[in-house]
Design a protein around this ligand. Structure first.
Ligand SMILES: [Zn+2]
Length: 113
């Protein structure tokens, strides 16, 4: 009987700071097949400063989702009025840059202050 046991979150980070606002990061569990084919990957709530992701996704999709919601937090704060398609394209393509081992020297350099 382990139904009361908490699963370890798939994202080890519990918060991210965006323009000096601290957003909590947490997960939820929802079966996409139960959502009538709609893809429910995650969401961001600016007022409550939270980012949530559906843990029932491949780990790479979870990372894409968190980056996607992070971009929403940034674009909302800056009132950029990006479309959903623009946010999706930016997140997915940034993930591709991050995960391409050819880019490691640049990414290592960028991560240092
Ligand atoms: Zn979105």
């Amino acid at each position: 009987m382990n139904f009361l046991k908490q699963k370890k979150p798939l994202c080890p980070a519990t918060q991210v700071t965006v323009n000096e606002k601290v957003f909590s990061i947490s997960e939820y569990e929802i079966d996409n097949t139960a959502a009538q084919g709609q893809s429910i990957c995650g969401y961001m709530n600016q007022r409550e400063q939270l980012i949530r992701y559906n843990r029932e996704q491949h780990i790479q999709q979870i990372k894409d989702t968190i980056l996607h919601e992070l971009l929403h937090a940034i674009e909302y704060d800056l009132q950029l009025n990006l479309t959903e398609q623009q946010v999706h394209a930016m997140a997915t393509n940034l993930c591709a840059v991050f995960w391409n081992s050819d880019n490691k020297p640049l990414l290592d350099w960028l991560m240092k202050k």
